[in-house]
Write a protein that binds this ligand. Structure first.
Ligand code: NAD
Ligand code: UD1
Length: 330
């Protein structure tokens, strides 16, 4: 089975590719290296010498995309390529529309021309209306909270609309907060520039690039006042793609959406403490004002994924802390 992973050299993509090759799938990767490095491909090749190939292609370049698809026999596309910074999406709206939305339109039109009818799409919890009192379910209200979230919701809408005319079989995975690194310590999250997200920022502290963590807010309605999120280990997240692949190949007419998270809300303080407890690493921190747009708490109800995908998260905060520490402490 030939699988194309767009954005396959990024944080999530590289972990997924590594796992898929372990499982003997035949993998093609395209990525424009906007937020990833060619060296990641070298690492993937070192871990899995059987890897088929990486091609630097920007989804905005439809001609190149079409030529690529003509040369390859692809059975399914896992679409992970995209820009993902909420703050940057406000300051550079056009860039986000062009990259995420037009890039996807090019991809789906190319898939149509090449008669590829199976798709897994990396969506995000950012498509939901804020809800802090209980866990989010797939049929909860959707809302546009940012330009980034708008691009994710628009891609979902295009998938819903096009699925009938294209006879598309799809699974949309709405990730909560992916975290942690590969157990071999070679793959991890390595964004270009200053990290926005909690774990890569902590990574910079482990690497001694930064002295302390700015904890955004200590007066949230959570156990200890710091913001709470649903951190899911990258291995567990990757497994939902394996389960999705199995489902798309086993059954016809699959058109489904799943939330992917560990199902618990974990505070920033709990994350800080986990590094002390499991890695004996003390993270220095200072409280700062709340970050614009942040919520007290957001976590998922993951029963749908558990029931239908026959999946359950196996890892916890300890595994996330240990693998993160191993990767950044090289
Ligand atoms: P990432 O930035 O590490 O990986 C995305 C990859 O896509 C990068 O390698 C980048 O170079 C590539 N890319 C971007 N635009 C492209 C284009 N036009 N053509 C070709 N390649 C392009 O991000 P990630 O954390 O691995 O996220 C993967 C996907 O999951 C993204 O779509 C993101 O929106 C989504 N997601 C991520 C999170 C998270 O917290 N990491 C949460 C929810 C959803
Ligand atoms: C952020 C985005 C979200 C996006 C997700 C993944 C915002 C408002 N939300 O989510 O839309 O889908 O990234 O790209 O940008 N924190 C600190 N100090 C830091 C970094 C984070 O205290 O240096 C706190 C935050 O306030 C939050 C928690 O850590 O409480 C997690 O933050 P982050 O990793 O950025 O994830 P989200 O806020 O869930």
């Amino acid at each position: 089975m030939n699988i194309l992973v767009t954005g396959g050299l990024g944080y999530i993509g590289s972990h997924l590719v590594s796992k898929l090759i372990d499982k003997k799938f035949s993998i093609f990767i395209i990525d424009n290296l906007n937020n990833s490095k060619r060296s990641t491909y070298k690492i993937l090749k070192k871990i899995n010498p059987n890897i088929k190939g990486f091609k630097k292609i920007d989804l905005k370049n439809k001609k190149k995309l079409l030529n690529y698809f003509k040369k390859k026999k692809i059975d399914i596309v896992i679409h992970m390529a995209g820009l993902k910074s909420v703050s940057e999406s406000y300051s550079n709206v056009k860039k986000y529309y062009n990259n995420n939305i037009l890039g996807f339109v090019n991809l789906i039109e190319t898939m149509q021309k090449s008669k590829i009818q199976k798709l897994i799409f990396s969506s995000s919890a950012s498509v939901y209306a804020p809800k802090i009192s209980s866990a989010i379910k797939e049929d909860d209200q959707l809302q546009i909270n940012s330009i980034y979230g708008f691009t994710k919701k628009t891609i979902e809408d295009i998938i819903f609309l096009k699925s009938k005319s294209l006879r598309l079989n799809y699974i949309i995975l709405r990730y909560f907060n992916p975290a942690g690194c590969h157990q071999n310590g070679l793959l991890g999250e390595n964004p270009k520039g200053t990290p926005n997200n909690l774990y890569p920022y902590i990574g910079d502290i482990i690497k001694k690039r930064r002295k302390y963590l700015k904890v955004y807010g200590n007066d949230y309605k959570t156990k200890d006042g710091t913001g709470a999120r649903d951190y899911i280990h990258i291995d567990d997240l990757v497994d939902t793609h394996l389960k999705s692949l199995q489902r798309l190949f086993k059954y016809k007419n699959i058109q489904e959406v799943f939330n992917v998270g560990c199902g618990k809300s974990i505070t920033v303080k709990a994350v800080i403490n986990s590094f002390k407890k499991f890695c004996n690493f003390k993270i220095k921190f200072k409280y700062y004002p709340r970050r614009y747009g942040d919520l007290d708490k957001i976590y998922t109800n993951n029963n749908k994924a558990k029931k239908i995908l026959q999946w359950r998260p196996e890892k916890n905060l300890k595994d996330i802390a240990l693998s993160t520490f191993k990767y950044y402490n090289k």
